[in-house]
Every structure is written in structure tokens, then in C-alpha cells.
Design a protein around this ligand. Structure first.
Ligand code: NAD
Ligand code: ZN
Length: 380
């Protein structure tokens, strides 16, 4: 089968790899109809990780079940499904409590709980930027979608970024009527803004400097804040009569930068601590990783950062962090889409055949204007 394979920093190719197949009785194989490029793929693409050469990338997968193992009973061949990016056993302590993003069984990497497709340090699983994908514990992990092809560009957001944006808002403790500041108008930040508005926020400020992304934020009723035009904290403080916001969402991650483009991993956390009111909450879904000694790109090591914990403590704020437990939300979010109450596909900018994945990666990574969210359609 054809698949998108990581070869080294800023180098992915589409090539033939062995077919995905049922390896355990509880597996299914899904024929991929849509698979997205994610900001999380860029951590590997930019060489910030030790992901191995030859890894098939892709954790945002939607498709149709092609085959099932003898131990699969709920899921049937021909079902249209969304595949959560988390790979979970369904029966460990964390899974049972709904924290499938911290499954204790599926990731053999020491010190890391939680597994994912096509990802560094998250287990030996290949990704779905390919014609087919092997899904472990298929009865537990797969979400069924209405048959057909309707809403494909909305449903494809269910495997990761719509639940992730929703989770960021949940972690912030938002209640209806709150004002919310979302930092980052990438796909995840836009999903967080969409989620906050659906959940009844009064006003949602979205901070970025990319004009096309800020326009998308405005298109759903959020207030765009351009951090290259002035301090975003001051801009939001002014618009809230000096009060700041009740809740904040971090949707940028380690590669936060200042208007000149210089990386400052602590910048967004510091701004959130400033702009969220005392006793308010902050949800961090932008990714920060432990230092990865094997990272391909020496200059981009992660790990310890300095941020203003003193002000965070003094203001009595709370913070939630981490990879999103997709299954906690994906059923309800699917039904919001079916009911016409959620339209996460509004961020889609490009739909490409699998063969054009390298072009998609390059342009999304370079933040070329207009390349907001790239979907790949194997077999198209
Ligand atoms: P992205 O890189 O396209 O979006 C990040 C945006 O942040 C960009 O538009 C950039 O211009 C903006 N930005 C940079 N510095 C900023 C600053 N100082 N202030 C405000 N905005 C700034 O990627 P994405 O796909 O939206 O992903 C965002 C983050 O979410 C990544 O770190 C990704 O790994 C992470 N993520 C986390 C989860 C999870 O489960 N927690 C899931 C998916 C993605
Ligand atoms: Zn993703």
C-alpha cells in the first residue's frame, strides 16, 4: 500500500510499504478515506523528536472498515468510522476513568502513558496517512459514523482536533457566560473557539498574527486579536474594561514565538497567566514534551522551560494540561455535527491526494497564507 513515510527533518515521501493487516484477534483494518496533517505532525517533521525513519505518519483518520479479527464483534466490515488518535486498551485504570489518552497498557515507552498512531514515543503503531490502517482494540476505539459520505470534512475533525479544542475549554473550567481567550488560531485554536461558542461563552478572543487564520476566527463570531499589532494582553484587557477574561486556552505549544518569529516557549503561558482573572482557569492543549535526547534537530530540544509560576500561584489560577482523551467527547461532538450545531469543517483549506502529502507538509509547516488545514484523500 502507499503511505506517507518520515525520512528525516522536513523530509516525508509517499512510498510503498507492507499492507496494514489484522495482527491480533481484536484488531480491525480501516480503509482510509480522509487523513489530516496536524500541527502535532510538525513536531516530528521539524526534527523535534526521535521518531524513527520509516515511520508511517498520520493520527487523524477516518474511513471504512475493511477487515476485522475473530475477536471483534461490535464493529462490522463496511462500517464508516472515525479513529480517535489515542490507542487505548479500554480496561486499564485510566481508560476505565475516561482518560484514554493516558492508557497504561498500549505504550511500551518507559515513562510515557498513552499511545497514538504514527507518533514519536507513543508506541510502535504506524499512522493512517496511508491507504489502510491497523486499529487495535477496534470494538473499543472506533466511533461509528452515519453511512455514506455526508459531512466527511466535519467528521474528519473528530479523530483529534475538535475533541482537543473542546478538551482545552473543558480543562479551563468554562461555564456559560464566561469570556475566554484562546491563544493560537491554528486548527486547534479555531476548534477551541468553536467549542467555547457552542458551549455558551459570552466573548471569545482569539490571538494569532496570521491574517487568514484571524479571519476564520472572526467568521465564527470570535474577536480576532493580532499579536503583531500590539501586546495581546493589553488589547484584551482594554476590551474587557480592565478585567481580563475568565478562562484561557493554550493552543500553540512549544513553538510559541514573538512577532519577529523568535521562539519563546514560555510566552503564551505567561500571557495567559496575565490575561486570565484571579481564580480563573487555563486549559493547555498546545504540546510541550519532555526533553527527547534523540531529537534529530539538536537546536529544537524540549523539556524544562521557565514561565511565571509566581503570578499563576498568586492569582490562584488553575491549569489543566495534556493530550486529549478523544473518546470522552467524540460521540457527542459527532451528534452535534449531525444536528447541524457544529461545523468544524470550516477550517479546511486544502484537500489533496495522498501523493501530494509532501507539498501539504511543506506549506502547512511554512504557514503559507491560506494553508490552514490540509486533508489527504488516499485513493482519490
Ligand atoms: P499550528 O502550529 O498550525 O497552530 C499554532 C498557531 O499558533 C499558529 O497559527 C501560530 O501563528 C500561532 N502562534 C505562534 N506563536 C503565538 C503566540 N505567541 N501567540 C498566539 N499565537 C501564536 O498547529 P495546530 O494544529 O493548531 O496545533 C497547535 C498545538 O496543539 C500544537 O502544539 C499541537 O501539537 C497541539 N495539539 C495537541 C493535542 C492534544 O491532544 N493536546 C492534539 C492536537 C494538537
Ligand atoms: Zn492531530
Amino acid at each position: 500500500m502507499k503511505a506517507v513515510v518520515y525520512q528525516g527533518p522536513k523530509d516525508v515521501v509517499v512510498k510503498e510499504v507492507p499492507d496494514a493487516r489484522v495482527e491480533e484477534p481484536t484488531d480491525a483494518v480501516v480503509r482510509i478515506t480522509t487523513t489530516n496533517i496536524c500541527g502535532s505532525d510538525l513536531h516530528m517533521y521539524e526534527g523535534r523528536t526521535s521518531v524513527e525513519e520509516g515511520k508511517v505518519l498520520g493520527h487523524e483518520n477516518t474511513g471504512v472498515v475493511e477487515a476485522v479479527g475473530s475477536g471483534v464483534s461490535r464493529v462490522k466490515v463496511g462500517d464508516r468510522v472515525s479513529v480517535p488518535f489515542n490507542i487505548a486498551c479500554g480496561s486499564c485504570r485510566n481508560c476505565v476513568h475516561g482518560w484514554t489518552s493516558f492508557c497504561l497498557r498500549m505504550n511500551p515507552t518507559e515513562g510515557m502513558d498513552g499511545a497514538a498512531y504514527g507518533y514519536a514515543n507513543m508506541g510502535p503503531y504506524d499512522g493512517g496517512q496511508a491507504e489502510f490502517l491497523r486499529v487495535p482494540h477496534a470494538d473499543f476505539n472506533l466511533l461509528d459514523l452515519p453511512a455514506g459520505t455526508e459531512h466527511e470534512n466535519d467528521f474528519t475533525m473528530l479523530s483529534d482536533i475538535f475533541p482537543t479544542g473542546w478538551h482545552g475549554v473543558e480543562l479551563s473550567g468554562m461555564v456559560p457566560g464566561d469570556d475566554v481567550a484562546v491563544f493560537g488560531a491554528g486548527p486547534v485554536g479555531l476548534m477551541a473557539a468553536h467549542s467555547a461558542l457552542i458551549k455558551g461563552a459570552s466573548r471569545v478572543f482569539v490571538v494569532d498574527k496570521a491574517p487568514d487564520r484571524l479571519r476564520l476566527a472572526a467568521s465564527i463570531g470570535a474577536v480576532p486579536v493580532d499579536f503583531s499589532a500590539g501586546d495581546p494582553v493589553e488589547q484584551i484587557t482594554e476590551q474587557t474594561r480592565g478585567r481580563g477574561v475568565d478562562r484561557g486556552v493554550e493552543a500553540v505549544g512549544y513553538q510559541a514565538h514573538d512577532p519577529s518569529g523568535e521562539e519563546h516557549p514560555e510566552l503564551v503561558l505567561d500571557n495567559l497567566v496575565k490575561v486570565v482573572r484571579a481564580t480563573g482557569g487555563i486549559g493547555v492543549v498546545g504540546v510541550y514534551m519532555p526533553e527527547d535526547p534523540g531529537a534529530a534537530n539538536e537546536g529544537a530540544k524540549q523539556g524544562r522551560i521557565g514561565w511565571d509560576y509566581g503570578t499563576f500561584f498568586t492569582k490562584g489560577q488553575s491549569m489543566g494540561t495534556g493530550q486529549a482523551p478523544v473518546m470522552r467527547y467524540n460521540r457527542q461532538l459527532r451528534d452535534l455535527i449531525v444536528a447541524g450545531r457544529a461545523t468544524p469543517g470550516f477550517i479546511v483549506s486544502h484537500e489533496l491526494p495522498l501523493e501530494q502529502a509532501p507539498e501539504g507538509y511543506r506549506n502547512f509547516d511554512d504557514r503559507v497564507e491560506g494553508w490552514t488545514k490540509v486533508l489527504l484523500h488516499p485513493g482519490s
